[in-house]
Design a protein around this ligand. Structure first.
Ligand code: FAD
Ligand code: EPU
Length: 338
């Protein structure tokens, strides 16, 4: 096991922030992972477990050990005529897993095509897009308990999934390293194309027979048209969550802003499109030095080159304050601050 010192994390986060890790190591076996957690470098400071670095903002140098999870492997662990259980190691690239499943006609992850990052982070915030979240196909995960070195299995109920939430972001924060995730996929697809833009894109593609390949391609086309590619411009996807408000707050806002974009929730509340709020607050395309609000998707903050984590953080505060002032709605950051 090689532990490096004062390593630049710039290539390891999609915002492209140039912060240093005091210690850094890459791990590709569970046995090494179990060794790493016993080292002084790991124990002296809360560690940072890293997948693709596509949902973090580094606001300063990191004073502890950064553990880049490179565990690999995808396998079918169980199947029958209807279902197949696919287990993927935490360091697998998420989109490659999705493609692996689509090639084999295993349905369920196609709407989640092209989400950056690794499998291990996917349950952290129950990744979601285009009407689907991983909780819909999640079966179980294995995780290494940092304090004991023991491997524990978590069922779907144990994970307490919510909108961009799980137990690993709350009560169990920094206590487990996710090693693998098992998904229960279907051999007979149920298509989720109710998210407006998908139907439209399938029409544009002139798809006559629906397939999981076609749905995946439609999602890829939509995402590529409006989300910035981190290889070209630093970002971590949606910087804020879409805020949930009560029906009375929603109706009040709707009276003043008839164009308000919102979705009713099962609990009677409404989810507001934060991108709409930010755009209407006049901030779409706003830029301060190298930190900016993306020109095509106002929910995404971007690094035009040399922004620091603090530049992005300060911009996010400015966005939150401006939206609060105009709409009396409090935005919440979705990206993990480090
Ligand atoms: P990282 O950024 O490396 O880590 C994220 C968090 O998880 C950190 O707190 C980290 O410590 C922790 N973590 C990572 N791996 C482990 C592990 N093995 N064990 C324990 N903790 C771990 N997200 C969506 O939900 N939907 C989208 O549509 C979407 N679109 C995006 C588009 C773009 C262009 C970008 C840049 C991001 C987008 N995201 C989206 C956010 C991001 O891709 C997801 O959150 C993704 O799951 C993060 O994976 P990662 O491996 O990069 O995580
Ligand atoms: N909108 C605007 N202006 C903007 C952006 C959006 O008016 O600049 C309005 C539009 O009316 C649009 C609506 O907001 O119809 C919703 O926009 P979009 O479909 O782009 O989705 P989103 O709500 O902005 C969420 C997720 C994304 C996910 C997409 C697709 C969150 C925080 N974000 O974005 O996830 O890919 O839906 O399902 O829930 C991520 O988490 O990083 C992420 C990109």
């Amino acid at each position: 096991m090689l532990i490096q010192q004062n390593k630049s994390l710039k290539p390891y986060n999609t915002f492209g922030i140039d912060a240093l890790a005091r210690y850094f190591t890459e791990v590709d076996t569970v046995a090494t992972m179990q060794q790493v957690i016993t080292t002084q470098e790991f124990k002296q400071h809360a560690p940072l477990i890293l997948g693709g670095g596509s949902n973090i903002l580094l606001t300063k140098n990191f004073d502890g050990l950064v553990l880049k999870n490179n565990l690999k492997g995808i396998e079918v662990v169980k199947e029958d005529e209807q279902q197949v259980f696919v287990k993927a190691a935490a360091g697998e690239v998420w989109h490659e897993l999705v493609m692996w499943c689509i090639q084999r006609q295993y349905a369920g992850l196609e709407n989640l095509s092209l989400i950056p990052g690794c499998v291990g982070a996917s349950p952290m915030q129950n990744i979601g897009a285009y009407g689907v979240e991983i909780k819909d196909t999640f079966y179980e995960l294995e995780a290494l308990e940092i304090n004991t070195g023991k491997i524990k299995t978590f069922s779907k109920a144990d994970c307490e999934f919510g909108y961009r939430e799980s137990v690993f972001k709350r009560q169990l924060k920094n206590q487990f390293i996710i090693l693998s995730v098992t998904f229960c996929l279907s051999k007979k697809p149920t298509f989720h194309i109710e998210y407006g833009a998908i139907k439209q894109e399938l029409d544009n593609m002139k798809v006559s027979t629906l397939s999981i390949q076609a749905v995946s391609q439609a999602v890829i086309n939509i995402r590529s048209s409006k989300l910035p590619n981190p290889k070209e411009i630093g970002n971590a996807g949606s910087f804020f969550k879409n805020p949930e408000v009560t029906a009375s707050v929603y109706h009040e806002l709707k009276t003043h802003y008839p164009q308000l974009v919102a979705y009713p929730l099962d609990n009677g509340n409404y989810k507001l499109a934060a991108g709409w709020l930010i755009e209407q607050a006049g901030l779409k395309g706003y830029r301060k030095q190298d930190a900016g609000v993306h020109t095509l998707q106002a929910l995404v903050l971007v690094n035009y080159g040399n922004a620091t984590g603090n530049d992005i953080y300060n911009l996010s505060t400015y966005v939150m304050d401006t939206v609060k002032q105009k709409f009396s709605v409090q935005l919440e950051r979705e990206v993990n601050m480090v």
